[in-house]
Design a protein around this ligand. Sequence first.
Ligand code: DGL
Length: 260
Amino acid sequence: MADNRPIGLFDSGVGGLSVLCEIKKVLPRESFIYLADQKNVPYGTKSKKVLNNLTLRITKFLLKFDIKMLVVACNTASCYSVDFLRNNFNLPIVGVVPAVKPAVKLSKKGKITIMSTSATAKSTYLKNLIAKFSSAKNVLSLGCDGLEDSVENLNYKKINSLLDEYVKRANSFESDVIILGCTHFPFLKNDIQKRAIKGTKIIDSGKAIASRVKFLLKQNNMIAAKKTKDLFFTTLNRKKFSNVASTLLKYKVLAQKASI
Ligand code: DGL
């Protein structure tokens, strides 16, 4: 039996749309409810306690749409709150965390840079991942303050100046793989590639998350047969979100205002 209920996704802002894109490529018949918590962006400077509270309220909001699965399309919220959400809600929950294991496999020099929010860079979750697959001395964990905000505002001047600084640090570290450990950053992949040492590989978790979502839907007999319209919500300004999301997704998005 098909399960046509939607999949819920959320992020602090437009970043999770990079994850949505990858999921839609492999699951074209699924429907999605996307929430951008722009009233509380950035998540990258928040504590575990605050993130638990916000993600709890967002999940309750998305559950009103009878979602069959939740994708935490935010590395920061996943690193701090995914276990908390799994303990509180009884539906399949997929989190997004920096792709450390594939990066280690890909690196010839064994030197990797992780570009993430400061909160993700400082998290025990990421430190444990690094210790499991590499070592602290071979990984530059770069908290890229301000970068997600410049994507939120499509402020290209700021994007360029911040990337000049951050990618320079990755180049000085001589890493040959850069992990995009914040879901806002895949939208900057070409800009990062241009600045990185020639031959640097740049990876994110989007494709792996899409495969995981597909696998779990199959395993739980939840694949949809018929698509309905995707819905987009923001906790702040729906016009602004609609404009930026339409630019990033390259199709028209009309968001609604949500209170969580
Ligand atoms: N896009 C989010 C992430 O993956 C968070 C950005 C932010 O709000 O700081 O970490």
